[in-house]
Design a protein around this ligand. Structure first.
Ligand code: ADP
Length: 193
């Protein structure tokens, strides 16, 4: 099973990706997680990505495509994966198409979580508060200013990715405002079609 989860920041992609990962026994490839790990480890990718991530902008297509191409080569990704946070630009979607074609792979589903924009900031603030309460470090970009920029990047650069897959007729849309369980069920139904 090879899937893409699309949706704005705070839509619940990570939550649903974790559930899909358990259900199908395939890894979640989150570019956000991989980039945060690179920043923490202080690698050259991390050093290049840090500032732009903290302010809510997008890391260059070249860097992100490179880390995904490498990650897809790992043995656990051979039988499938869930892409979370990638592709985030049309150029990334085109690069992914090329990568998959080269490997003779095809996507099984592209699912977009549709969420009311007004609910997103509240979700991010809740996540930050819960993380803090758990004694963990809050993401550097989980604050109102960076969030505004993340939403702007989403509108300008990522929303066209939905249109890209929509025009190919491969996009499935799911109501991301429902409960976590109901969203999972709706995703399962969309994938079964
Ligand atoms: P969110 O939970 O807001 O969707 P992520 O954890 O997926 O955020 O990503 C956090 C940050 O990492 C993004 O704001 C961006 O700076 C960077 N990033 C992640 N994936 C990509 C990508 N595919 N292209 C460019 N930048 C990315």
């Amino acid at each position: 099973m090879k899937l893409i989860l699309l949706g704005p920041p705070g839509a619940g992609k990570g939550t649903q990706a974790t559930r899909l990962m358990e259900k199908h026994g395939i890894p979640q490839l989150s570019t956000g997680d991989m980039l945060r790990a690179a920043v923490k480890a202080g690698t050259s990718v991390g050093l290049q990505a840090k500032a732009v991530m903290e302010t809510g902008g997008l890391v260059s297509d070249q860097i992100v495509v490179g880390i995904i191409a490498d990650r897809m080569e790992e043995p656990d990704a051979k039988k499938g994966f869930i892409l979370d946070g990638f592709p985030r630009t049309v150029a990334q979607a085109q690069a992914l198409d090329e990568m998959l074609a080269k490997k003779g792979m095809k996507l099984d589903g592209i699912v977009e979580l549709k969420v009311d924009e007004n609910a997103l900031l509240a979700r991010i603030e809740k996540r930050a508060a819960e993380t803090l309460a758990a004694g963990e470090a809050v993401r550097a970009d989980d604050n109102p200013e960076a969030f505004k920029k993340r939403l702007q990047a989403y509108r300008e650069q990522t929303a066209p990715v939905s249109a890209y897959y929509g025009s190919k007729g491969t996009l499935k849309q799911v109501d991301g405002m429902a409960s976590i369980d109901d969203v999972s069920k709706a995703i399962d139904r969309a994938l079964a079609k």
